[in-house]
Design a protein around this ligand. Structure first.
Ligand code: PMP
Length: 408
């Protein structure tokens, strides 16, 4: 039994009342993006109606309001991930931009020819391609931690990959394809023993499991606002203060400078060093409202409820002949990927859409891990706290029916 009333919570999300092909929407595509509660939608509208201004550099009242709203959101983000210092919270466009920033700014400075970068087999392309680009530019090498048949990273294999050329380890906290909760704390501890810098991609963990960056102990933790009931186009890069302070700026321009002459620029201190130009002010404020919304529900309550939903869904799907689940690590979070014998994943997606059920089909921007399991695409229902057991039943009934009519 959830500590919150799922039917009451659903009323906060106007889009969940939407009808699709005559049926009430069943949104099972939360790993791609989540819906926004009224509290977020109204907060953004309030910003544009009462606070809209550029920030930090005007004497007038609206600049003060906009700055206060933006900096309040930064403080909420700090609290949400238990970062020690609000100056360590950098607003970026999302997870992708955050990892690119780290690879370019930190990697550009620290990774040299012959050095090694470790990622895992289950990474999203956003945590592969920027490192691959860095490795190519520098003549460095990308090493990959393998996963077992359930979809967990192999820590012993990880230990074997580490050597004195290893500079950085960058791994997902939760896999967007398998739902695996990766033992990031252990991975970070092992890296730290060797003086290796660590990056955690929190895109899929932030809305589903408690996150405490001091407990994890990594140098960087990044996430996207839109995966946690906030707007698109805004996300957070958290880094340890000393790491960020020793990192060169990524982009140059307004807001990030203290003094400019044609000879030399003096940069602003954190966080402005990494926030060149006019940022996504309104959506940062919206993200703050989303994080406060989740705080009120309680991430532990959410996690508890979702685990019950995932376990229920996994058991139901596993019982259907012809369904192969992809990613079966116990305690997995929020994702139920599968393939169904006799049907392409596109066909399954279209049949579900006809019934108002939204799932993602395709390669989910993580081709290497699907190929590890011998498939190119999968059907991926993915959950949030506003999903119900009844919605899982609706999904399962259709898959059962398709399996029963299976062509060979
Ligand atoms: N990493 C993971 C694990 C993800 O699931 C995603 C989004 N699917 C990303 C990175 C990229 O996030 P964004 O597109 O918001 O930058």
């Amino acid at each position: 039994h959830p500590a919150f009333d799922v039917h009451a919570v659903r009323r906060d999300f106007p889009i969940l009342q939407e009808r699709i092909n005559g049926k009430q929407l069943v949104w099972l595509d939360n790993a791609a993006t989540t819906h926004k509660p009224r509290q977020v939608i109204e907060r953004i509208a309030y910003f544009y109606e009462h606070e809209n201004s550029n920030i930090h550099r005007a004497a007038h009242e609206l600049a003060a309001r906009a700055t206060d709203a933006y900096e309040h959101a930064r403080e909420v983000a700090r609290r949400f991930i238990n970062a020690p210092d609000v100056h360590e919270i950098i607003f970026v466009r999302g997870t992708t931009e955050a990892i690119n920033l780290i690879a370019k700014a930190w990697g550009g400075q620290h990774v040299q020819e012959g050095d090694e970068i470790i990622v895992s087999n289950l990474e999203h392309h956003a945590n592969i391609v920027p490192w691959q680009q860095l490795a190519q530019a520098k003549g460095a090498k990308l090493r990959v931690i393998p996963v077992d048949d359930q979809g967990q990273v192999l820590l012993d294999e990880y230990r074997k990959l580490i050597n004195d050329r290893t500079k950085v380890v960058s791994v997902a906290h939760v896999s967007n394809v398998l739902g695996t909760v990766v033992p990031v704390k252990e991975i970070v501890d092992i890296a730290k023993c060797h003086g290796i810098t660590t990056v955690i991609d929190g895109a899929q963990s932030i809305a589903h499991t408690p996150v405490d960056v001091q407990d994890i102990g990594a140098d960087f933790f990044v996430f996207s606002g839109h995966k946690i009931f906030g707007p698109t186009g805004i996300g957070v890069l958290w880094g340890k203060r000393d790491v960020l302070e020793n990192m060169p700026p990524w982009q140059g321009g307004g807001n990030m400078i203290a003094d400019v002459t044609f000879e030399k620029t003096v940069f602003q201190p954190l966080p402005n060093t990494f926030e060149a130009g006019t940022g996504n002010i309104a959506d940062a404020v919206g993200l703050g409202a989303a994080l406060e919304y989740v705080e009120r529900l309680g991430i532990h309550n959410i996690s508890h409820y979702e685990h019950a939903l995932v376990d229920y869904g996994m058991a139901q799907l596993a019982a259907i002949a012809g369904v192969r689940l992809i990613g079966t690590v116990p305690g997995k979070a929020s994702v139920l990927s599968f393939v169904l014998d006799g049907y392409s994943t596109d066909e399954v997606g279209q049949i579900l859409n006809a019934e108002g059920i939204a799932v993602r089909t395709g390669h989910h921007c993580a081709q290497p891990i699907l190929r590890r399991f011998g498939v190119e695409t999968a059907v991926r229902p993915s959950l949030a706290f506003y999903n119900t057991f009844d919605e899982i039943d609706q999904l399962v009934q259709i898959i059962q029916r398709l399996a029963g009519q299976r062509r060979h």
